[in-house]
Design a protein around this ligand. Structure first.
Ligand SMILES: NC(=O)c1ccc[n+]([C@@H]2O[C@H](COP(=O)([O-])OP(=O)(O)OC[C@H]3O[C@@H](n4cnc5c(N)ncnc54)[C@H](O)[C@@H]3O)[C@@H](O)[C@H]2O)c1
Ligand SMILES: O=C/C=C/C=C(\O)C(=O)O
Length: 483
């Protein structure tokens, strides 16, 4: 059986302690993952710290940029291996992996390889009251060694969304991917090795969150932590980094709403909210879990969404026209099914779904689940307040704009929202009042990598994207010269 290994100081390292890598399509073990031990974690940190002052630090911005383009080139050459690995770990449809996960993995490197070349500084000619003059200017330095801790839902996309700018800004990186999805991270380490990334600049530590992640975030040799994952985990990491006062960038959970106004194009809204609720089996932090529909459209919208959900093809990743694969793990399937049960206990009407599909083949040993639409619950219900992170949304009626804005903002999360209306002024007016980091109007998950990306409240700390990423992964230093 294949063994997935950590990559430290330019070497793939086995630890001798393994846990299973499971295929969520049929529950079969597909590989063993060698979990890094404390010595390996410390070796990764010392190697990264040493690499900070080695040849890597002598590279110009253009040379670093060229090397990151080589990473993207090699990823593109090995695209099929990345596709196969991501599908094996997650069971996602080939369509999604080929159109979202893998292309964005490469695009993230290309984008920041170019973006970093435009990173500027500031300068001021200073004149003091007593007639002295000085030139103040800033230079951008790397943070140092950055721990990248990434989740299982968009494994390559979300790891490279952090790794690319961190390397572009001259940092060294230690990646700790989710224990559920280590395969594309191992391929990325192979690519780093193949393109000649200096030893210790990129390191990969495999293992479980509490066991391995915690050791990384609390280590004095780590200068910053960039984390994508659950809000509860973010709280743990905040405690872990407090002792060494590290800068953190957090992309956390969400409980995202979609608002369908009376002026919406209902067909566009149904299609868009089908995507935003059920893409990646609902396992995207930006997915919709709460839909608010103006009373005038409620019945036709709910019927249309029900039809669309029931037309979703669920199945094998490589099957023609499959839109939804399984959830990532048995544990996560049980968590989402528990919320389906809770919804019933809270008094919800299950419009469609609410259970698991039956295939009468090996897939019944997988982690599949039905896309589910609920209605009839109050906003305060747990199902409407807690992130479920599965293919489920609750649909409610609203009557006026002020009411729905208040209801949408009534959540401890603040990541994303979508607004469906052909009334332009209403779109601008409402979008500005929703307490989130990201609002889409008449679309969803359409991304410009230059734009600020991140959430407020329990959904995150900081913004990444474009210059925001460069700002987080750099330390500006001000130099004042008397003239
Ligand atoms: N805001 C975003 O951009 C975004 C993107 C993807 C996922 N998420 C959120 O992530 C969650 C699902 O992903 P998940 O289950 O992988 O999240 P998770 O928080 O369980 O794990 C994320 C990563 O953190 C590691 N980890 C777990 N405990 C840790 C600890 N104590 N110290 C250090 N590392 C630790 C895990 O091993 C994994 O690599 C959902 O809540 C989702 O909303 C947010
Ligand atoms: O699951 C969360 C998705 C996050 C997406 C991004 O960070 C991105 O598109 O850059």
């Amino acid at each position: 059986m294949d063994i997935l290994k950590s990559y430290i100081n330019g070497e793939f390292v086995d630890s001798g302690e393994y846990f299973d890598n499971i295929n969520p399509v049929n529950g079969e073990v597909i590989a063993g993952i060698a979990e890094a031990d404390e010595a390996m974690i410390n070796h990764a940190i010392s190697s990264a710290r040493k690499a900070l002052y080695g040849p890597w630090s002598q590279l110009s911005v253009n040379e670093r940029s060229a090397l990151l383009h080589k990473v993207a080139d090699r990823m593109a050459e090995r695209e099929q291996e990345f596709i196969d690995a991501e599908i094996a770990d997650t069971g996602k449809s080939l369509f999604q992996v080929k159109t979202i996960d893998i292309p964005r993995g490469t695009a993230n490197f290309r984008f920041f390889a170019d973006q970093v070349k435009y990173q500027g500084g500031e300068s001021f000619v200073t004149e003091t009251a007593n007639g002295e003059k000085a030139l103040n200017y800033s230079v951008n330095k790397p943070l140092g060694v950055v721990a990248v801790i990434s989740p299982w839902n968009l494994p390559l996309l979300l790891a490279t969304w952090k790794i690319a700018p961190a390397l572009a800004c001259g940092n060294c990186v230690i990646l700790k991917p989710s224990e559920e999805t280590s395969s594309t991270a191992v391929l990325l380490a192979q690519v780093m090795d193949e393109v000649g990334m200096p030893k210790g600049v990129f390191n990969l530590i495999l293992g479980r969150g509490k066991a391995v992640g915690d050791k990384l975030t609390s280590a004095p040799g780590i200068d910053a932590v960039t984390f994508t994952g659950a809000s509860a985990t973010g709280k743990q990491i905040m405690k872990s980094v407090a002792e060494t006062v590290k800068p953190i960038s957090f992309e956390l959970g969400g409980k995202n709403a979609a608002i369908v106004f009376a002026h919406a194009d209902i067909a566009k809204a149904i299609a868009g909210i089908t995507r935003s609720s059920f893409t990646n089996c609902g396992q995207v932090c930006l997915c919709t879990e709460k839909v608010y529909v103006h009373r005038s459209l409620f019945t036709p919208f709910l019927e249309g969404l029900k039809q669309a959900a029931e037309n979703i093809k669920i199945g094998y990743p490589l099957e023609q026209d499959v839109f939804m694969g399984p959830l990532v793990s048995r544990l996560h399937q049980q968590k989402v099914l528990a919320y389906y049960q809770l919804a019933r206990e809270e008094g919800a009407e299950v419009v469609t779904g609410g259970g698991v599909p039956v295939f009468n083949d090996e897939r019944d040993n997988g982690c599949f689940i039905q896309p589910t639409i609920l209605t009839g619950l109050e906003d305060e219900a747990r199902v409407n307040q807690e992130e479920i992170f599965g293919p489920v949304c609750h649909v409610s009626i609203f009557d006026d704009e002020a009411e729905v804005i208040n209801r949408v903002n009534n959540t401890p999360y603040g990541l994303a929202a979508s607004i469906w209306t052909e009334h332009l002024t209403q779109a601008h007016r409402v979008a500005a009042q929703i307490e989130v980091g990201l609002v889409w109007v008449n679309t969803w998950f359409l991304r410009d990598l230059r734009a600020p990306f991140g959430g407020v409240k329990l959904s995150g700390i900081g913004r990444e994207g474009g210059e925001h990423s460069l700002a987080f992964y750099s330390e500006p230093s001000n130099i004042c010269i008397k003239i």
